[in-house]
Design a protein around this ligand. Sequence first.
Ligand SMILES: Nc1nc2c(ncn2[C@@H]2O[C@H](COP(=O)(O)OP(=O)(O)O)[C@@H](O)[C@H]2O)c(=O)[nH]1
Ligand SMILES: [Mg+2]
Length: 203
Amino acid sequence: MKIVSTDFLTGAVSPRQYPPGTHPEFAFAGRSNVGKSSLIKSLLCRKKLVRTSSTPGKTQEINFFRINHQLIFADLPGFGFAKVPKQVQKRWQNMIEQYLQNRKTLAAVIFLIDIRREPTDLDRDLKRWLDACSIPCIPVATKADKLSKSEQKKQIKKIAEAFFSETGETVIGYSSKSGQGRKELWSEILTRAGNLRVEEEGG
Ligand SMILES: Nc1nc2c(ncn2[C@@H]2O[C@H](COP(=O)(O)OP(=O)(O)O)[C@@H](O)[C@H]2O)c(=O)[nH]1
Ligand SMILES: [Mg+2]
């Protein structure tokens, strides 16, 4: 997809602050440092996006971007950052759960897992939530360039078995460095966006 415009809409901590659901929406979720900011920038062919915090664990808002007046991307705060106190972690959890339960135009969650890491309990919790809310999930294994092709295959199989065997999603290997997986992910996003009908903007 040719990216014509990426407009920052708003940051939100509660449903009343969400922007109007005018377009199919895709949320990006994953642990801190998983490569979420890099992936969003790589998808959008942007070197910079306003409103991405450089301090890990500090982004405690959901940031909404409108892409080409066609889609909305919601950047969810990264979770599991070691230095975040329990209280903040809890607030994060509430914010995400509320979002997943309330956002009617949410088409799918792009679920990022570091290709070199074993899925954690936090990842498992998120997947359970998505399943419980019947929210489609697009799993992406990030930083694929850190492994050889054969190692990538092995790890992707492992992640798929640990997480997605019951629901049958395909895990996309992605590298923000090389652009590997970019086409595949876009195709997945656009297919799912096309399956939705969202009211026209401006009403
Ligand atoms: N080799 C490699 N490094 C990556 C990739 N994506 C992110 N990184 C690195 O991983 C670190 C965390 O990335 P970032 O996008 O800030 O993660 P976030 O905390 O999930 O937003 C940074 O040092 C990035 O340069 C990738 O695809 N390949
Ligand atoms: Mg980030």
